[in-house]
Design a protein. Structure first.
Length: 390
């Protein structure tokens, strides 16, 4: 059978202006979704043109056609102006047949089919964590996208439900395409690397880990109280390491640490480079992630892929990510969280079971699969067929 070469000429344009390869704290979340999707797209199937501003992209995506803008799109106002006024012209000049807006918003004026990825509705659920202008823009962008885009990609069933409930999205229009785990997150192959990290970073032998920006949505205050309670009740020798930049309203975090008397047991690691992060997961005895709301929640997936037992919350998308491979508790129940921490650390049989289940569960998520399902969606839209999420 001859291969279908007709699809190879179909031109797909991707707005990747939120891609940031600087290797600092901004290189997270949406950035990694864009990075891994681009890395796994198949240029043998479609003719891809990627619009971006980061010059370092050429080192990573040599198989794709890159169009670099001189606009300072790392600044929100410049990025919004570019995607609303410049992108439509760029799509026309490149003879793009289908556009993919990789973060919430597509151009108001657009004459070709387009798809948009929407990650979460934190700006609706936690509006206080966004400035007024950003919140207003995101509300407009998502409402416009849900109404005008040919298809919407949500990164979890939880986000899809939110889009239906909050913005009246048609369920048939929203396809769920899960994120994946970077293949560098694996169980330890060389324990010497972990020990070298401990020595270099002065890490304890017994450690509980959390990864995420220090902000109210991540529920750090309750985590600290549960950690303090677990140490008191079970005399745990562990220290708690918090990886992530300080976001907003972190004064309460400092106050709780002082009130609980655990200053010497909490490590503020700040931003950790992506190439070092897998070693932190491997060095931890337990990963705890009691977030109140996540569009997907990459850290628990990364922890499971690393062979580290996980305690997380039953909120939003997190049960989808961990399945039956983690201890799941209410994020508002400090006593239950403390009990889960103690149980996961003291029950060796349970730890082995969680580790084994975590490896199986994490293997269900891959960026190759995410890219394949996204390209299937491109195919469906271009063919004018109805698309049903896998």
């Amino acid at each position: 059978m001859q291969p279908d070469t007709r699809l190879r000429a179909r031109r797909i344009g991707l707005n990747a202006h939120l891609l940031n390869l600087s290797g600092n704290y901004r290189s997270a979340g949406i950035n990694w979704y864009i990075f891994h999707l681009l890395q796994n797209l198949d240029p043998a199937k479609f003719d891809f043109t990627v619009f971006l501003s980061d010059p370092r992209a050429r080192e990573h995506f040599c198989r794709l056609r890159l169009v670099q803008s001189r606009w300072p799109t790392h600044r929100p106002v410049a990025r919004i102006c570019w995607e609303q006024f410049v992108l439509p012209l760029a799509l026309r000049q490149a003879r793009i047949e289908l556009a993919h807006a990789l973060a919430f918003a597509g151009p108001l004026v657009n004459s070709i089919p387009w798809i948009v990825t929407i990650y979460d509705l934190s700006f609706v659920r936690y509006p206080e964590s966004f400035n007024a202008a950003n919140r207003i823009y995101l509300n407009w962008a998502v409402r416009h996208s849900v109404r005008r885009a040919d298809r919407v990609i949500a990164i979890s069933e939880s986000t899809k439900r939110d889009l239906v409930a909050q913005f009246g999205a048609s369920p048939d229009k929203v396809a769920v395409v899960y994120c994946g785990s970077d293949p560098t997150f694996t169980p330890s192959q060389d324990q010497r690397e972990v020990e070298m990290l401990r020595a270099r970073r002065h890490l304890p032998e017994k450690m509980i880990l959390h990864v995420g920006t220090i902000e109210p949505r991540k529920n750090i205050v309750r985590l600290l109280r549960a950690f303090a309670r677990a140490k008191r009740e079970a005399r745990l020798p562990h220290r708690l390491a918090l990886i992530g930049a300080r976001g907003w309203k972190y004064a309460e975090v400092d106050a709780v640490i002082a009130a609980e008397g655990i200053a010497s047991d909490v490590i503020f690691a700040g931003y950790v480079p992506q190439d070092e992060l897998p070693l932190w997961y491997r060095a931890a005895d337990l990963f705890v992630y009691p977030s109140l709301y996540e569009g997907f929640g990459l850290p628990p997936l990364e922890a499971m892929a690393s062979g580290t037992p996980v305690v997380t919350s039953n909120a939003a998308s997190l049960p989808e990510v961990v399945g039956d491979a983690a201890l799941v508790v209410s994020p508002e129940d400090e006593a239950a969280l403390a009990a889960a921490i103690v149980r996961a650390l003291e029950d060796d049989g349970l730890r082995q079971e969680l580790r084994a289940r975590g490896l199986v569960q994490s293997a269900k998520f891959s960026w190759a699969r995410a890219a394949r399902e996204t390209m299937d969606l491109y195919d469906a839209v271009l063919r004018g067929a109805n698309y049903a999420a896998a």
